[in-house]
Design a protein. Structure first.
Length: 262
C-alpha cells in the first residue's frame, strides 16, 4: 500500500477509534486485545499505530519481561490477570499468556507437563474472561518466511533497530519448524467460539495495521456521541499585559541549547 493511501485511510480510522474510545470510557467496557505472531511480524508497529492519537489513560500497552523467580512459582496466568482491563479500559498485550503455547516449549522454558496443563486451562480461562464481560480479541499476525528474513536482515544491519534482535529471536531462527508445529497445535486447541483467533496477513505492514484496526472496530460495539465531538468553544485567555504578572524572558530561564540555530 502506498504511504499516501495509508495515511488517508488511517486518518479516517483514527476518528472511529476515538468514537470507540469514548464509548468504552462512558459505558465502562472492558477490552483485551492480544497480539501474537512470529518475530518481526509487526506486533509492535501495529500497536504504535493504534496508540498514535489515543488516550493512554484508557488504552494501556502490556509487554511483560521474563517472569521473576517469585512469578515462576505462581499459577501461570496470575501475572497476566493483574493487567487485565477494568471498566473503561482497553489493554493491548504485546505478546501474552500464549508465550507458553509456542515460545516456552520451543525454547525449553517450560516442561511438557506445564505446556499440557496450559493448553487444557487456556480455553477455560478465556471463557471465564468473556463470561465476566471482557471483550477478548486475539490476533495472530502472519508473516511469510521471505518477508521475515528481509526484516531480520534489516534489523541486523541497522544499529537503530539492533535492540529488536534478542538472543531468543536468534535461537528462534534455528527452531523455525518446531515453532510452526506448536503454533498449529495452538490454533487447533485454542481457536474457540468464545475466543477465536483472527489471522492477519502481515507481509504488507500498512495494510495489516489498517486491517487490524478495522477488525477491532467490527468487534467492539461503539456509538457516535455527537455532542462529545462537536467543536469546543474555548474560553478567552486573559491578556498578560493587563495583569500584575511579569513574565520572565526566555533567556532568563535554563534554556536548552538551540542545536539547529541558523
Amino acid at each position: 500500500m502506498k504511504k499516501k493511501k495509508f495515511k488517508e485511510e488511517l486518518e479516517e480510522l483514527e476518528f472511529e477509534l476515538a468514537k470507540l474510545q469514548e464509548t468504552v470510557a462512558r459505558k465502562g467496557l472492558k477490552v483485551a486485545i492480544i497480539f501474537e505472531g512470529r518475530d518481526a511480524a509487526g506486533k509492535g508497529g501495529a500497536i504504535k499505530t493504534i496508540m498514535r492519537r489515543m488516550n493512554p489513560r484508557i488504552w494501556r500497552v502490556v509487554a511483560l519481561p521474563k517472569p521473576s523467580d517469585r512469578e515462576r512459582t505462581q499459577w501461570y496466568f496470575e501475572r497476566y490477570v493483574k493487567h487485565l482491563p477494568s471498566g473503561g479500559e482497553i489493554t493491548l498485550f504485546d505478546r501474552s499468556w500464549y508465550n507458553r503455547a509456542v515460545i516456552e516449549p520451543v525454547m525449553g522454558f517450560c516442561t511438557q507437563e506445564e505446556y499440557g496443563l496450559f493448553m487444557r486451562e487456556v480455553p477455560q480461562f478465556e471463557r471465564m474472561l468473556v463470561d465476566s464481560g471482557v471483550i477478548l480479541i486475539k490476533f495472530w499476525i502472519h508473516v511469510s518466511p521471505e518477508e521475515q528474513e528481509k526484516r531480520f536482515q534489516d534489523r541486523a544491519c541497522d544499529p537503530r533497530k539492533r535492540w529488536k534482535l534478542s538472543p531468543i529471536d536468534l535461537k528462534g531462527r534455528e527452531r523455525w519448524i518446531d515453532a510452526t508445529q506448536y503454533r498449529d497445535q495452538m490454533f487447533t486447541l485454542t481457536h474457540t467460539t468464545d475466543a477465536p483467533w483472527l489471522v492477519v496477513d502481515g507481509d504488507d505492514k500498512e495494510k495489516a495495521r489498517l486491517n487490524i484496526i478495522r477488525a477491532i472496530l467490527d468487534r467492539v460495539p461503539y456509538e457516535f456521541n455527537k455532542d462529545v465531538f462537536d467543536p469546543i468553544e474555548l474560553p478567552p485567555r486573559p491578556p498578560i499585559e493587563e495583569s500584575d504578572y511579569d513574565e520572565p524572558e526566555l533567556e532568563e530561564l535554563n534554556l536548552v541549547t538551540d542545536y539547529y540555530a541558523d
